[in-house]
Design a protein around this ligand. Structure first.
Ligand SMILES: NC(=O)c1ccc[n+]([C@@H]2O[C@H](COP(=O)([O-])OP(=O)(O)OC[C@H]3O[C@@H](n4cnc5c(N)ncnc54)[C@H](OP(=O)(O)O)[C@@H]3O)[C@@H](O)[C@H]2O)c1
Length: 283
């Protein structure tokens, strides 16, 4: 993995960025081509998926992409639904996901959200899956500070490697408390909806801002590239983004690489982090 940018936490290396897979929810062959192409070209080495996405169809799409790129060059993240993280179902769900993707292990396996999950059971099951070689590391998603504290209070909870949460230029609530908490406790922060998602107003709010319009005009980059650059600015958040377009993926990465410190400061001023606790944003 060394030739790709990565984040090191407690001697473990994680890719700095990767591609999400909700674009495959209703089938999207052109996005499969796009993902296979940018992975084969060495631009990206991580894919994030979940059993929930399209009821397994997105995992199947990932399987087809991996057949083209090879499994070894991709860091694979997958997620289990809280409804399936229960006795008698956990291992079954995990094995079904592995089968759909066509791999013998995930690099990182997350509890998709907390809901009524029995945390001690989840921890035991995740650790068992690690011992059986079905997953390398485990983590959670959509956990706020209180949820993380509850998790860490459970025996083995400190084995949690990552927390995947919504974070973008227009949604910076985690900077107030969750992000510092994760850093202090050696947990990898992962961002989703980094480009504002297609389902949120945030994309448009950012794109319509006079500062963003001016920067985009001057630099000839898209608002998406600016949002990607912003999430990557400290190289401390594993950043997920998605697009069905190969052109957009390439533009985003190339555009983000051009963004200067000064521009990042302007974005920071235009969309400041909240100065007080805000509830964790979720899709
Ligand atoms: N853990 C969770 O609960 C959770 C929740 C949501 C998402 N996720 C994960 O995070 C991944 C990414 O988040 P997301 O899917 O919410 O969305 P996102 O990456 O924030 O945004 C995707 C949208 O950005 C557009 N886009 C990308 N580049 C663009 C460009 N250069 N110009 C114009 N539009 C552009 C895409 O349209 P085009 O396709 O047209 O480029 C798409 O509509 C997901 O796929 C999923 O894997 C996790």
């Amino acid at each position: 993995m060394a030739e790709y940018p990565f984040i090191t936490i407690q001697d473990k290396q994680y890719p700095l960025y990767g591609l999400g897979t909700t674009v495959f929810w209703n089938g999207c062959p052109e996005a499969e081509d796009a993902y296979a192409s940018v992975i084969s070209d060495g631009l990206v080495n991580m894919i994030d998926c979940a059993e929930m996405y399209g009821d397994g169809r997105c995992e199947e799409a990932v399987g087809r992409i991996l057949k083209r790129t090879g499994r070894d060059r991709v860091y694979l993240v997958d997620k289990i639904l809280p409804d399936n993280a229960v006795p008698g179902q956990f291992m079954k769900s995990l094995k079904q996901s592995l089968k759909r993707v066509g791999t013998d292990h995930f690099d990182l396996y997350l509890l998709h959200w907390r809901e009524k999950a029995d945390l001690p059971f989840v921890i035991d099951s995740m650790e068992r899956a690690v011992k059986e070689g079905l997953i390398r590391h485990w983590g959670v998603s959509n956990f706020d500070v209180k949820d993380m504290e509850d998790l860490f209070a459970c025996e083995g909870g400190r084995g949690c490697a990552a927390d995947q949460v919504m974070y973008n230029l227009g949604t910076r609530g985690i900077e107030y408390d969750l992000l510092p908490w994760l850093k202090t406790n050696g947990v990898l922060p992962m961002s989703y909806s980094t480009l504002g998602s297609s389902q949120l107003d945030t994309r448009q709010v950012v794109a319509d801002s006079p500062v963003v319009r001016r920067i985009c005009g001057e630099m000839q980059v898209s608002p998406s590239a600016l949002m990607l650059a912003f999430a990557l600015r400290n190289r401390d958040i594993c950043t997920l983004f998605s697009s069905r377009s190969e052109c957009h993926i390439r533009e985003n990465l190339a555009g983000a690489a051009k963004v200067s410190e000064k521009v990042l400061e302007m974005l920071d001023e235009a969309f400041p982090a909240p100065a007080e606790k805000t509830p964790l944003a979720k899709l």
